[in-house]
Design a protein around this ligand. Structure first.
Ligand code: GUN
Length: 278
């Protein structure tokens, strides 16, 4: 029997509906600012999607579009301005930034209280030490989708393929916090199939289309696809479509984890606003 699809839309819609009501109840309008440097088409499309969802739930959302040749100093000056703006609760600098800008310096410049991506080292440290923090949105979305479809996490062997700061590493932290047994594998892992075949839950986040094949997973696996590649205008995930024949549950691509990432960004913005403004 083919896998049951873990669609992101119903889960994201539920989050949006709940947040819209909570935002309408506040005595202020939370502010979210996107910063995009350059004209990367994928980044432009992602930021447009985030801006649209933010507006639709009643946030005060604005996008700062900076030219490709923006210097690091100019970008840091804008971040400083947003850090000091009391109407701004969340700041998101869309990655990647152009090569002449050091993303580590940029992410560290964002006030951790406004770091709705959860990428600031302070929030990363808080996450790994079990303290309250703003959670990275994609990993938070994976947990939310599993909870929504009532799939167990505690004690499950979660094999994460990919070790990026945006997905792989924080996914390990959030699943560990929920008492999963976590393995992080990556492109240089020896005998990757030996590991992925042990997975109760597989998180595919390497960014290589169709990388996880059916013969690499066990029957009944829960397969969460985070990778996204555009091939001839078509969106393809890291999980090969044949995996659907073996998996018990599979996130569709598109229509799976991506929507959840944006929904979690909205939740982070709400939480950051309420915490900061008391
Ligand atoms: N680029 C790809 N994913 C993300 C994300 O979650 N946040 C930011 N800021 N940039 C990204």
């Amino acid at each position: 029997m083919p896998a049951q699809l873990l669609k992101g839309k119903p889960v994201a819609d539920a989050v949006k509906e709940e947040l819209s009501a909570k935002i309408a109840d506040l005595s202020f309008v939370p502010g979210l600012r996107f910063v995009r440097v350059g004209e990367d088409p994928a980044s432009m499309s992602y930021v447009r999607g985030k801006q649209k969802m933010a507006e639709s739930i009643g946030l005060d959302a604005q996008t700062h579009e900076l030219p490709e040749e923006t210097t690091q100093e100019e970008l840091l000056a804008l971040i400083e301005e947003l850090n000091n703006d009391d109407n701004v609760d969340g700041i998101l600098v869309q990655l990647p930034v152009p090569d002449h800008i050091d993303d580590t310096v940029v992410l560290e410049a964002i006030n951790p209280e406004k770091d709705v991506d959860g990428f600031h080292p302070e929030n990363v440290g808080r996450l790994w030490t079990g303290q309250e923090s703003l959670l990275p949105c994609t990993p938070a979305g994976l947990i939310r989708i599993m909870d929504h479809y009532e799939l167990p996490i505690q004690g499950q062997h979660v094999v994460i393929v990919g070790r990026s700061n945006i997905v792989g590493k924080p996914a390990a932290a959030v699943f560990l916090a929920r008492s999963a047994t976590v393995t992080i594998a990556h492109s240089r892992t020896l005998d990757l199939p030996a590991l992925t075949k042990q997975a109760d839950v597989i998180v595919a986040a390497v960014g290589i289309a169709g990388f996880i094949k059916a013969d690499m997973v066990k029957e009944g696996v829960v397969a969460l696809d985070v990778g996204l590649t555009r091939i001839d205008g078509k969106i393809v995930g890291d999980i090969h479509p044949d995996v659907a024949e073996k998996a018990a549950y599979l996130t569709p691509m598109p229509g799976g984890t991506g929507r959840m990432t944006v929904a979690m960004l909205m939740e982070n913005t709400y939480n950051a606003a309420v915490r900061r403004r008391g």
